[in-house]
Design a protein around this ligand. Structure first.
Ligand code: FPP
Length: 253
């Protein structure tokens, strides 16, 4: 359950939810959930065990983000480049949304979370498409936090697709104005969502890996060495606390 400001068992010096909600809460948090494979390797487990554990972390982070009043949470679940992985791992990763929705959807519905997907859905297996379509449909009237899955998503592919759709609309005579940033935003897969305020990447890697290249222009970045399956509520609070200390100027002074 997403009880309001549930008190976590605090370690000395740890950050409380009560403390965090006194400051500005990022409207949109995007997460590159990295390090599942290394987490599994350290335990002599198959890489898939790391992804499975990572899925559980998504549940915990979703609950906390929703409780804190975050408006949108985008998680990078499968990139357009992840097809290069061994077939078994790809199949496992593409089955995970089914398990996630199967076990967590009732809670998402109850807690007013709205599920969205961004990415090329056509290329993912039918069973996964069905599970995500059901989740999107069952939660479409929810008015709380948007949980946005980047699934078979790539930032460059998204931009190219937007440009091509603009060309089509232009050729069909449906576009009468010059393309500006506001219009371009509407052609992106993230249309309707504000740009992320905070990007989190786990596992010590400091790169974007083709994630939300347009949308992250003014986002605050927070990197941690923690591997995604080890990511705890405290880490999210830590990331938000760091965000609250940043001076965002958006190019101004
Ligand atoms: C990167 O770790 C992670 C991924 C490619 C997949 C992320 C997916 C999840 C966390 C599961 C969430 C899914 C749902 C449906 C909620 P990596 O495998 O590249 O790790 P490594 O760099 O240590 O090898």
């Amino acid at each position: 359950m997403f009880e309001k400001f549930k008190k976590s068992k605090k370690e000395p010096g740890s950050i409380s939810e009560e403390e965090i909600v006194k400051g500005p809460i990022p409207n949109h948090i995007a997460i590159i959930m990295d390090g599942n494979g290394r987490w599994a390797k350290k335990r002599s487990l198959p890489r898939t065990a790391g992804h499975h554990e990572g899925m559980k972390v998504v549940k915990r982070v979703t609950k906390l983000a929703s409780r804190l009043g975050v408006k949108a949470l985008t998680v990078y679940a499968f990139s357009t480049e992840n097809w290069k992985r061994p077939e078994d791992e790809v199949n496992f990763l593409l089955k995970l949304p089914e398990e996630f929705m199967g076990t967590f959807l009732p809670e998402l519905v109850e807690e007013n979370v709205r599920v969205q997907i961004m990415g090329n859905k056509d290329a993912i297996p039918t069973h996964t498409q069905k599970a995500v379509d059901k989740a999107v449909n069952d939660t479409k009237h929810n008015t709380g936090m948007v949980l946005n899955f980047a699934l078979n998503y790539g930032g460059r592919a998204e931009i190219i697709e937007a440009v091509n759709n603009i060309l089509v609309d232009y050729q069909e005579g449906n576009l009468h104005n010059k393309v500006d940033e506001t219009l371009f935003d509407q052609y992106l897969m993230s249309a309707g969502l504000q740009d992320p305020d905070l990007l989190i990447r786990t596992s010590g890697e400091i790169r974007l890996s083709n994630f939300m290249l347009w949308q992250l222009a003014y986002t605050e970045f927070w990197f941690t060495d923690v591997l995604w399956p080890d990511f705890k509520e405290q880490h999210l609070l830590e990331a938000i606390q760091a965000y609250q200390k940043r001076g965002r100027r958006f190019g101004g002074i």
